[in-house]
Design a protein around this ligand. Structure first.
Ligand code: TTP
Ligand code: CA
Length: 356
């Protein structure tokens, strides 16, 4: 059995600002773009949330809700610095740290757990260290799987600690709304609600056949997660296995020009990701799906390694060319890069919209 923590800073950007300037503490504060530039709220302090102010809300609406709101422009360098510091604390208790964004990570702490030090203690010690060393609070979920830990960390915010006892995952999830499940966005949630499925427990009771009939492979995945089954491991960037991009064609095609152009674009995305992270891949993989849904991959090892768009594209296009034939209709193409040399772990920037 594994013990996994999901740790997430409370009101990250806003809390960093309140920590750095004591005059801002206890005040309704947001970090984000200017209202006159159609800016949006990136992060809202808990004092601001009492007015119903939330992330991604237009800044103008936020000021309507609370005219004495304080707005600050984001200081990304500062947040990145704090992020590095917290990831260092995480790595001092386990090497198995998977950053999800600047303010969020999974930790596999199986190796630190003993009779005298149960996972809940590991989590509360960690919260204590972050508080004393950084002056900030994190909320932590403790469980035997990633998905349960992530859901748990969100239940008792701010400064929360929620433990899902081993074996009680399904029971823990059952009363929660389906929208909490990983991969269930607002659209899927609406379809489920329409079918009378509001809680995760109701989803867990549906047969796989029913779910697959409605949602395809995603249905299988949802049903497993709803039952508390999730064997995904905590992956450090070092252990990260692949970077890929794929797309379904608007219309099935056997047109060489169109397909080569598409593989080129996907290669740009994959290659851009490799260069920005300093990753070096040893294999390039092409994924193809025919009109009849037959899906297969073709791959080529590149002993000298590829680390940019040109490198990925050259190999991916060559692989594609040997699959092209008149009348052979493709429905989906994907490009991937696998087999990385070791690099330093690096968290992924969270999406940033409309900030100045
Ligand atoms: P979140 O963890 O979603 O938000 P939060 O830390 O502010 O609040 P919570 O207590 O609910 O965890 O995102 C982390 C940071 O990412 C957030 O402080 C700002 C940034 N962010 C954006 O820039 N745009 C967005 O739309 C969201 C959701 C977050
Ligand atoms: Ca957060």
């Amino acid at each position: 059995m594994r013990h996994i923590l999901h740790a997430d800073f409370d009101a990250f950007y806003a809390s960093v600002e309140q920590r750095d300037d004591p005059r801002l503490r206890g005040r309704p504060l947001v970090v984000g773009g200017r209202p006159e530039d159609r800016g949006v709220v990136a992060s809202a302090s808990y004092e601001a949330r009492r007015f119903g102010i939330r992330s991604a809300m237009p800044m103008r609406t936020a000021f309507e809700r609370c005219p004495r709101l304080i707005r600050l422009a984001p200081r990304f360098e500062r947040y990145a610095e704090v992020s590095r510091a917290v990831m260092d604390i995480f790595r001092s208790i386990t090497p198995l740290v998977e950053p999800l964004s600047l303010d969020e990570a999974y930790l596999d702490v199986t190796g630190s757990v003993t009779q005298a030090l149960p996972p809940a203690r590991v989590a509360s010690d960690l919260k204590g260290r972050v508080r004393t060393e950084l002056g900030l609070t994190i909320s932590v979920g403790v469980a035997t799987s990633k998905s349960a830990a992530k859901i748990a960390s969100d239940l008792d915010k701010p400064d929360g600690l929620t433990v899902v006892p081993p074996g009680a995952e399904r029971e823990f999830l059952a009363p929660l709304p389906v929208g909490r499940l990983w991969g269930v966005g607002p659209k899927t949630a609406a379809i489920l609600e329409h079918e009378g499925i509001h809680r995760i427990g109701q989803l867990a009771e549906r047969t796989d056949e029913w779910l697959v009939g409605r949602f395809g492979r995603m249905g299988e995945h949802m049903s497993r997660l709803a039952r508390g089954e999730d064997r995904r491991e905590v992956e450090t960037a070092r252990a990260r296995k692949s970077v890929s991009a794929e797309t379904t064609l608007a219309q099935d095609s056997d047109d060489p020009e169109e397909l080569i152009e598409l593989v080129g674009r996907l290669s740009q995305r994959v290659g851009g990701h490799l260069s920005s992270r300093g990753l070096h891949a040893r294999t390039v993989r092409l994924k193809l799906r025919l009109a009849d849904f037959t899906t297969f991959t073709r791959q080529k090892a590149v002993p000298e390694g590829v680390d940019d768009s040109m490198g990925v594209e050259a190999v991916a296009v060559a692989l594609l060319r040997s699959e092209l034939a008149p009348g052979r209709l493709f429905r989906l193409v994907g490009v991937g890069a696998v087999g990385f040399d070791p690099v330093e772990d690096e968290p992924i920037q969270p999406r940033l919209v409309g900030l100045d």
